[in-house]
Write a protein that binds this ligand. Structure first.
Ligand code: ZN
Ligand code: ZN
Ligand code: ZN
Length: 376
């Protein structure tokens, strides 16, 4: 489900203006969330070059392998009236792209390539334009993509509701005697059943595995008294991601310190969400999450940033991290996900997606944030 045509047209126009302001000759964007943002078609880059050439002055051109051209039928690319430059196997697509870039006659001294463009294409383009400096397109596109419009916020809201429905059903799957992997398979199916097109990630970190923030799933068998970190998400049909973490306990926790430490974490997550408002910096929100955790003596056990932007990618700008002086604005969307990790023992994290609104913040996840004690 791509964005409406007028939205895409407006994005292309804004991107061209920002490219000009940045002093770049053009943006070069291969299939990626950036391309989906601009043209409504995503896909993945492979060895044959597909590349949107978006000049600072002039019309955009899509360089496409001839065998990929029929795949564009029915996509917004044709309705947008974009010029398509086809190439067949045996032709050098980088020389073609370079020729497209040099059409305007202005010197091509700086271009920006999409951040996730494969190195093979980056170097191919560099060889075709040896005098041209390559920069990262996120300096232009990140600024645009992190300010969501109302349709994007609606899509993220729907994603939040879908992942909340999965968390609401966790007791069906998280049972003593099952492995993390078995639970993960069920959760992945439910992520799709509840309205996502795929399960992008399923973390089931039980017992000591909960102390590894990006644990996946394992063959570990769940035991009574385990604390379990469940961090899940995926894209909706519009391409916008959910991402939410809740921490569960199988019966009353076996470890004596869980209730007290978890209370600190909950206070930290609430403090960080409460700190979000237009005009506040990203690093101030990160700091707000750290105060209660550091005061309780667990500062060294909160081993990652407080959050990340979310939209057409799970992780995108703005990053809620020390050193990021970015001033938050209405329409920015990101996670607030402090964690406390006790190596060899257990861990906990609480993660909601939030939207900056005109006067403060709206949460997009609404499951209870208490330690969820499931029956055993
Ligand atoms: Zn993460
Ligand atoms: Zn996250
Ligand atoms: Zn997450």
């Amino acid at each position: 489900m791509p964005a409406p045509l007028d939205t895409l047209t407006a994005r292309l126009d804004r991107t061209r203006d920002a490219t000009r302001v940045a002093g770049l000759a053009a943006l070069l964007i291969t299939p990626s969330p950036d391309l989906r943002y601009l043209l409504g078609v995503g896909g993945e880059s492979h060895e044959r070059l597909t590349c949107l050439v978006l000049p600072a002055d002039g019309d955009p051109v899509l360089v496409v392998p001839a065998l990929e051209r029929p795949g564009l039928d029915g996509t917004p690319v044709l309705e947008l009236g974009l010029e398509i430059a086809e190439w067949t196997d045996g032709v050098d697509p980088y020389a073609l792209t370079s020729a497209v870039l040099r059409r305007s006659g202005s010197p091509v001294t700086r271009t920006a390539v999409g951040d996730t463009m494969p190195a093979a294409h980056v170097l191919g383009l560099r060889d075709a334009l040896p005098a041209c400096q390559q920069e990262l397109a996120s300096t232009v596109l990140g600024q645009l993509r992190m300010r969501k419009d109302s349709a994007e916020i609606a899509a993220l809201t729907a994603a939040g509701q879908a992942i909340d429905r999965v968390h609401a059903r966790m007791g069906e799957w998280l049972r003593v005697g099952r492995t993390e992997a078995q639970v993960g398979t069920d959760v992945a199916a439910a992520i799709v059943a509840e309205g996502h097109t795929a399960a992008a990630f399923v973390i089931v970190g039980s017992g000591p595995n909960g102390a590894s923030p990006h644990h996946d799933v394992s063959a570990r068998v769940l035991q009574a008294g385990d604390v379990v970190v469940v961090d899940i998400g995926g894209p909706t049909p519009e391409g916008y991601f959910s991402d939410s973490t809740r921490t569960y306990s199988l019966g009353e926790p076996a470890q004596a310190d869980v209730a007290a430490v978890y209370a600190v974490l909950q206070a930290a997550q609430d403090a960080a969400v409460a700190a979000v408002a237009p005009g506040v910096t990203a690093e101030q929100v990160d700091a707000a999450a750290r105060v209660p955790i550091t005061d309780a003596g667990f500062g060294e056990r909160f081993i990652h940033r407080t959050g990340h932007g979310i939209g057409l990618e799970v992780h995108e700008q703005p990053y809620i991290v020390a050193g990021n002086a970015l001033i938050l604005e209405a329409g920015m969307t990101f996670s607030i996900e402090p964690g406390i990790y006790l190596p060899g023992r257990w861990g906990a994290r609480i993660e909601d997606i939030v939207v900056v609104n005109a006067s403060g913040v709206t949460r997009l996840n609404h499951r209870p944030r208490d330690l969820a004690v499931l029956p055993v």
